[in-house]
Design a protein around this ligand. Structure first.
Ligand SMILES: C[S@@+](CC[C@H](N)C(=O)[O-])C[C@H]1O[C@@H](n2cnc3c(N)ncnc32)[C@H](O)[C@@H]1O
Length: 303
């Protein structure tokens, strides 16, 4: 037994094991001075580690799907040969580089221009022209934008439709590092491979195998850090893109998110989700489906 209670004076020392553990925590939290040094701490459980890591990252990990999350967290533990959750937490607190790797692992941020091109062509041919007819100054939000390929793809389409300067494009992600990359606007071939060749030539400058996005497109996208599970949502939006983000969220968090998206959209506004993320219960939420992955907010009278 590693619980030593003799140094504690008040309240009276507990007798059963669970209470003894609680007691140690009480002492750890409440005592200072010479007595504290004598207390041996109980090792962190996985659950406690997640709670502490949530505080460190500013991301509530209980809202992420647990199997995927567990796999990721444990794979890093093996890679770094960390012996227990206390040591793991210590590493995250003291090693900024590993902390960034940990964050990245939780929030995988792979993206590319015109990812699933047919969705972008549908945006180009149908959705955005319809929105422009209703509102010449549309407000668009790419939520979970990663490296920026998604909001920049929309900006390119708007430019092609001669509506870039009248639109507002907000792009957000929880990962501050990835937003830095997004603002730089420099991409590898694998990130631009789905773009039609003429758009690639028109909007990028190739240098040593990297593709630099034109400043004209870059400066039209407003990047901000935002946690979809925590922060307030913008309102009055015509189009929201949230693709390949919620695959990591638990069911409860997802339905909460979609309700908030509904509240953020104007009547007739669109929500575009990832190919593997159909909106279950979209009718109850107040959406109609217009095409695979595209949901339209029903007007108030039609509900
Ligand atoms: C796979 S990327 C998707 C990028 C882009 N939407 C696409 O489909 O190409 C997922 C992004 O979601 C972000 N993400 C994860 N959890 C988030 C949260 N709670 N709030 C905001 N963004 C989050 C990650 O940081 C990551 O950049």
């Amino acid at each position: 037994m590693f619980v030593e209670t003799t140094i504690c004076r008040e309240p009276a020392a507990p007798v059963d094991t669970a209470a003894a553990y609680a007691w140690v925590y009480f002492c750890e939290e409440n005592l200072s001075g010479p007595g504290k040094a004598g207390i041996k701490k109980m090792p962190l459980s996985y659950q406690e580690f997640k709670e502490q890591a949530s505080l460190l990252c500013g991301i509530d990990l209980s809202l992420y799907k647990s199997q995927q999350l567990d796999r990721r967290i444990k794979s890093l533990m093996n890679l770094w040969q960390v012996k227990d959750y206390d040591e793991y937490l210590q590493v995250l607190k003291t090693d900024p580089q590993r902390f960034q790797i940990f964050l990245k692992k939780l929030t995988i941020n792979v993206s590319e221009f015109f990812r699933n091109p047919e969705c972008y062509f549908y945006l180009w041919e149908k959705v955005i022209p319809e929105l422009l007819q209703k509102n010449p100054n549309p407000k668009i939000w790419s939520a979970g934008c990663a490296t920026g390929a998604e909001p920049y793809s929309v900006a390119i389409i708007l430019k092609e439709l001669q509506a870039l300067y009248s639109a507002e494009i907000l792009a957000t992600d929880v990962d501050g590092q990835v937003l830095k990359r997004a603002r730089e606007g420099v991409y590898g071939l694998n990130e631009v491979k789905s773009l039609p060749q003429e758009l690639l030539e028109r909007y990028f400058r190739e240098e040593k195998g990297y593709y630099h996005l034109s400043p004209e497109i870059k400066k039209r996208v407003n990047f901000q850090r935002h946690n979809l599970l925590l922060d307030p949502f913008p309102t009055g939006l015509d189009l929201i893109l949230c693709r390949n983000v919620v695959i990591y969220f638990a069911e409860e968090a997802k339905s909460d998110l979609y309700q908030k998206f509904y509240g953020s959209l104007r009547d007739g506004g669109y929500l575009l989700v990832g190919g593997t993320e159909p909106l279950l219960g979209y009718k109850q939420l107040g959406f109609e489906t217009v095409r695979y992955s595209f949901y339209k907010k029903r007007t108030a009278g039609a509900l």
